[in-house]
Design a protein around this ligand. Sequence first.
Ligand code: SMG
Ligand code: MG
Length: 368
Amino acid sequence: MKLTGVELLRVRMPLVAPFRTSFGTQAERELLLLRAVTSEGEGWGECGAMVDPLYSSEYVDGVEHVLRTFLVPTLLAAGDLTANKVAPLLAKFKGHRMAKAALEMAVLDAELRAHGVSFGAALGSTRDSVPCGVSVGIMDTIPKLVDVVGGYLEAGYLRIKLKIEPGWDVEPVRAVRERFGDDVLLQVDANTAYTLSDVPQLQRLDPFELLLIEQPLEEEDVLGHAELAKHIRTPICLDESVVSARSAADAIKLGACRIVNIKPSRVGGYLEARRVHDVCAAHGVPVWCGGMIETGLGRAANVALASLPGFTLPGDTSASDRFYTEDITEPFVLEGGRLPVPSGPGLGVTPIPARLAEVTTAKSWLAS
Ligand code: SMG
Ligand code: MG
């Protein structure tokens, strides 16, 4: 297969409601899509990066720049290409994992479509649907939060994740437990908002039997997480800190986490995400699939990944209508708290042309 060109599409979609995390509030999702054109057909990629470098260091304009200047030209010049060659070809460029992940995803999609193989089959799927959780933002009031959580439980979500930050942690958790009971699978995500001086406050979450606390401390503080783990009962799950299979192995060995959130964009692509899964499985560490407010394209690939055997916890693989009134693909619809794993070639979904045109704010074509 030869890569002949890549189209970069800048897309902007309103969210059904603002999504507030410990690092900011988002009312719309602006992201980058890639259409890889190859000698065997085309494939789609989606980049997890947000407009501002607040979740991690990457951001949409930076991704676009590194793709245009370094990553895409390298693959265009590479001659015979397979998805497995993408990461080794791009390895000399440090970092920029979200940019690399999007490009690899587009090449992988093109390759799999050409061979008539689905993402799920290629990655090692063992199920045809996956259990779904939902990530619930920080709200202005506790009654509003309880209302929103009630709506998601009614919709069938099998696990609730509450975004937390100092000042919004024990009380929201208590309110959700009091209203919906101890059987609800409940977890929290701090997006690095705490420090080790918050140990006493984080200990106050212990009685609520949470599934996990996600990324309480900063990204680089793996040893801090190992220290925190000695003082709290809630299992620690790492998100931002795990950027590769190697860093996952290190974190596990150091005792920094008992569970891992796998986001393909954060670790440089679906092929590395599978290696993170394999490393965790080898250590008996449960994993689940994270989310970056994906469109139907990224969602399709995430659902495929989440159908691997080590994904034993429900992921942030919510339905399209969790964030979007109208998706750019056929929507993913919750059925009994689960989403079906697409079975068609490649991602198994494609953008609806008229819908894609509506949300596209800029396009550019890169070719050799
Ligand atoms: O796609 O359902 C989704 C979002 C899930 O909470 C979610 N993602 O840290 O896990 C996380 C956040 C990162 C993105 S927040 C803007
Ligand atoms: Mg997270």
